[in-house]
Design a binder for this molecule. Sequence first.
Ligand SMILES: [Zn+2]
Length: 249
Amino acid sequence: MVLNEQQLARYRRNILLAGFGPEGQARLLDSGVLLVGAGGLGSPAAFYLAAAGVGRIGLLDGDRVEVSNLQRQILHGTPDLGRLKAESGRDKLLHLNPELRVEVVADRLTEENAPALVAEYDLVLDCTDNFRTRFILNDACLRLNRPFVYGGVLAYIGQLMFVMPGKGPCFRCLYRSEPRGNMPDCSTLGVLGTVPGIIGTLQACEAVKYLLGLGDLLVGRLLTYEALTAGFTEVRLERDPSCPSCGKA
Ligand SMILES: [Zn+2]
């Protein structure tokens, strides 16, 4: 793929970067990333991937925009209330960068639809808000050998990790199974909007690095951000040999 004049102008600041160049930009334009969730994490991630020129972006979300979403889900505005988040999100991304292909999947991720959806993309961003969907995504990505970037937020804290099948630990190495009972979530404990803003932006950054083969990824490194102390901490994690998803058995 040879970049045209308009693309050379739009992506000038990318192309100037060491390790990027026009070849890197062409590679991004040829790449596809699936975002599972177009909410608090998916909003900044989608905006930055679209701005950077990731050529094909899948937005998977079956929910509609509610007024309580607008405090953090910056992909959606007040006129979008009641619309499908995937459609509202597509409009914003195409407004930012009309040459992209944005694929709308107005559905929940299930064990049935996950393999076919995941298989169509180079990389997946886990921008969900619940354990069940995370496990479905984790297992589908491992089976299909697709990397994904886990992200999670609650209250003033957020975390992320890059899951590279065959290399680092997976989400089930961290959490073996779905926790029993009512887990605290953002609808009970709240969430500061900038926290998913930061974590979703870091997920997009890891995505661009992976697609271009740049730098060191957060493989086996669980990065946690605490807004109240403005601190980042990193925990190194190993693969669990007895993990039901990625272990030896
Ligand atoms: Zn595992």
